[in-house]
Ligand binder design. Structure first.
Ligand SMILES: *Cc1c(COP(=O)(O)O)cnc(C)c1O
Length: 420
């Protein structure tokens, strides 16, 4: 079975390369222009099914794709087709989900620090709401005691690599601290509100499964305080590899261990609860690439810059988080490798990579940035009054334009030109 699975993963990842071939990507850059984001629908589907399979021993599993990772409506439609739910963090994402065809019961609203009015608006639309602070919980519970509410707990566990279980995150703005459970219970009792789910999302990468399981125990302990639960939501944090040597969350092992523990807990609790997750990165990161054209190769006294027709206005993760996205020269994949600093064209330091080994770059070559599915387009801006790029979805062997490149009208849209 294990061997079969490994062979399957190998065969599929081989097919990834077949679908996202250099020649296909170059043709897309030619047809749709650069810069452009390209997503592989089959890779998204593969990741979705892989996660589902890892938790197949759980009777009721619910995956809610985190919309903020990549929020194109056609991508949302793909998730809807796969049977996924969605996790939304703003009323706008929620409305986008409804427009993409999700039913309210397939949507969870998990914002942080939004107004009572926004939560009430979401509740009115019939979606599952999730509250992460005591003040709003009390106000909402007082006004709407009948509306089922999920609460976000902060277990104060940080998955900090290796086996360190750090009780950090005390300063985190997310969730209700486990140390405030007594006050939380009093609010629930006083308002007689209906708590139907509990949730955590620590935001850290799950590098060590034992740390994640440790945090889950805290969630189980908290769950015992509520008699009306329908689900427990374990958030996300699944790590995917960005560069060679990166650790990836072992989903299969996590699935095996957490499923077993979850099933035991359901027995103790006396009810088959639903196990929920809300992954973003795991589902879409590796499915996306970003293609940009080299405008200038500039040799200075200390380095060789390859300057592309993009910048942190289109892909901010390297500048914002120091993320390393692999960069390939798909116009000259067999060329001699040399060292380059890949930078953008905006008037600000916008470094994508320093001193990277890339096959020889010439002007007009197309560079391919990997892992561009999650938190790339969704964080793009118009800085320097540049257009946001086009988005293309590869679906069943065909390249579909799913977002047009912006035009000058988009730059002016909503600007009010007063006569001075
Ligand atoms: C962003 C977010 C996620 C998704 O996190 P990933 O690391 O992309 O999997 C899940 N849940 C909540 C509440 C989030 O804010």
């Amino acid at each position: 079975m294990f061997i079969m699975w490994i062979t399957y993963i190998f065969a599929i990842s081989h097919k990834d390369k077949e679908r996202m071939k250099d020649s296909t990507l170059l043709q897309i850059a030619k047809d749709f222009g650069s810069p452009v984001y390209v997503y592989d629908a089959e890779k998204i589907e593969f990741q979705y099914k892989r996660l589902t399979k890892a938790f197949s021993k759980v009777k009721n599993l619910k995956l809610n794709y985190a919309v903020k990772a990549l929020s194109n409506i056609s991508v949302l439609r793909l998730f809807n087709k796969l049977g996924s739910g969605i996790d939304t963090v703003s009323i706008q994402e929620l409305r986008l989900g409804l427009k993409a065809g999700f039913k309210p019961e397939d949507i969870i609203f998990t914002p942080n620090g939004v107004s009572l009015e926004e939560i009430e608006e979401a509740a009115k639309l019939g979606v599952q709401i999730n509250i992460d602070n005591l003040s709003i919980l009390e106000q909402f519970g007082t006004k709407h005691p009948k509306v089922p509410v999920c609460i976000r707990i902060n277990p104060h566990v940080m998955a900090g690599g290796n086996t360190n279980i750090s009780v950090g995150h005390i300063d985190s703005k997310f969730g209700i601290s486990i140390h405030q459970i007594p006050l939380l219970l009093r609010i629930v009792e006083n308002t007689n509100m209906n708590i139907n789910g509990i949730h955590m999302h620590t935001g850290s990468d799950i590098l060590d499964i034992d740390v994640f399981l440790y945090a889950s125990e805290i969630l189980f302990d908290t769950a015992k305080n509520f008699k009306t639960l329908q689900f427990i939501d374990f958030g996300s944090g699944f790590k995917v590899p960005y560069k060679k040597g990166d650790i990836e969350t072992n989903i299969e092992e996590l699935g095996e261990k957490l499923s077993q523990r979850f099933n035991e807990f359901c027995k103790e609790y006396g009810k088959d609860l639903t196990l929920a997750f809300e992954p973003g990165k795991f589902l879409v990161s590796e499915a996306g690439v970003f293609l940009a054209k080299v405008n200038v190769v500039k040799q200075t006294t200390s380095t060789v810059f390859a300057q592309v027709d993009s910048g942190f206005n289109h892909l901010i993760r390297p500048m914002l988080y120091g993320s390393q996205h692999d960069i390939l020269n798909i116009s000259n994949p067999k060329g001699r490798e040399r060292f380059y600093s890949v930078v953008g064209y905006i008037c600000e330091t916008d470094t994508f990579a320093n001193n990277r080994r890339i096959s020889e770059i010439n002007e007009n070559d197309i560079l391919c940035f990997k892992n561009a599915g999650a938190y790339c387009y969704s964080m793009a801006s118009n800085y320097n009054s540049r257009y946001r790029p086009a988005e293309v979805l590869l679906y069943k062997g065909k390249a579909h334009l799913i977002r047009k490149r912006e035009t000058f009208d988009d730059i002016l849209n909503n600007q009010v030109e007063i006569v001075l």
